[in-house]
Design a protein around this ligand. Sequence first.
Ligand code: ARG
Length: 562
Amino acid sequence: MDYRAYIAGRLHIEGMSAEEIAAAIAVPPDPAMGDYALPCFKFAKIFRKSPALIAEALRDAFVCDGVIGEVSAVNGYLNFKVCRAGLARDVLARIGAEGARYGSSEEGRGKTVCLDYSSVNIAKPFHIGHLSTTVIGGALYRIYAFLGYRSVGINHLGDYGTQFGKLISAYKRWGKREEVERGGIHAINDLYVRFNEEATEEMEAEAREYFRLIESGDKEANDLFEWFKSLTLAYVQTIYDRLHIKFDSYAGERFYTDKMAPVVEALCEKGLLKESNGARIVDLEPYGMPPCLILRSDGASLYATRDLAAAIYRKQTYDFYKCLYVVAYQQNLHFKQVFKVLELMGYEWAKDLVHVAYGMVSLEDGAMSTRKGKVVWLEDVLSRCVEKARAVLEEKNPALENKDAVAETVGVGAVVFGALCNNKIKDITFSYDKALNFDGETSVYLQYTCARAASVLAKAREAGISFTDVPAGEPCAQEFELLKSLADFPAVVHEAGEKYEPSLISRYALDCAKLFNKFYLECKIMQAEPDVRAFRLAVTRAALTTLTNALTLLGIGVPEKM
Ligand code: ARG
């Protein structure tokens, strides 16, 4: 139940729509005052009455029912108390009926959202810098699907550029087939790093020639390139599997090779293409931006050229409602330029392109250099966190079954949550110890809360206690606060989608888990009277369902026992 909308629908304020009223409704800091409140100060001008008098008039006109149990006017605020038994009945029934779908909606029906995320570079390390784009993109993918949209996940592979010429050159000099086969991406990266360390004029020229050979369709060069690509993709797939990440398309930069000429032509026809020192550019000075480079003086295309072609292709192929680019804020200017050029080309859908920017993740020990092969591989971060998780579990619960599987879920979850628990634009420093703290604002805390709830339910089932027919009584304060939070979940999912902000779900889950733990510690469940016990078990199950749904949207697994 969306209480704000419900209240707004029953208030009549001249000149204000129900949506506007709903948006003005706040949650009072002290729940004793009410569950919701409408400040009336803004209306004083319209009605030429004091806020206190307006609040009183609105109070007198409001009819309480089974949803809103009480309304009062205090100091210019109109305070509402929801009918507690009614809320409990509603939310338990809804969660019981919807289960794993609780929080989902149909708001996106018939609309497609394209999401460009992870977008790894072929033959380059998959490092911790790719964590955020991968897990934020993956979370948004699931959130939109949950909201009824068709999500299209696109891995815009970095598979175009002179670096592949360098790689072929390095391989031809020093590489051995079996070694690369065995070492995969690591061996490829070593070759590339070595090339950059030892590169001479002559080697650079050779690399340029190999790149030209790839471009002109030379078989040997292309076979090598495809081989490097397949090794890279096989490798990143193992990481995607651990992170529960999926894609519907791997159309990378190279895919647009033959789709750029029409874009350049169109730019030319529309009089947007200018010459500058032999290069072709779109002048963006009137918009306060540096020019967008379209073709270099040697005729080669650029990153932006491929993004222009990609956006047009996506619109044609998917007819998206929105197309999101989950890419670090370092590329702010790039996307502003690309979006502007598309707008100037007359594509009205350019307004539906969104750069979902995020901040940097670094490790507490400061090791995140991208120079000369000293990168922190995401794989190593995951493995290290899983190893540490295993040690923590060993200490907390030596008798735990399936320790390896649980450690994987907990360790990987901690890394994922590390990138999803704060507002995405913030730079974050990841600390293994903090991320694995059972009492912190962590995924481990959330998972442990779920395991706790699951264990209560398992005990009840073992004891043959049924809690499907829930007697509807007046919930106590702890129950009520928790149930109210559970009722908020669908609105949180909606807002996370609207603001491209999975961390809203993370924060929500932390708040909800806190309320569950308060309820769990302060209210007896199994020892309570049968009626109360059944009710509390139902509340426990509803909390578990909701928390599980939240974690699942974030891409974090929920172990049954911990
Ligand atoms: N591969 C690029 C990088 O690592 C990110 C690509 C983002 N997507 C895009 N359509 N430009 O920086």
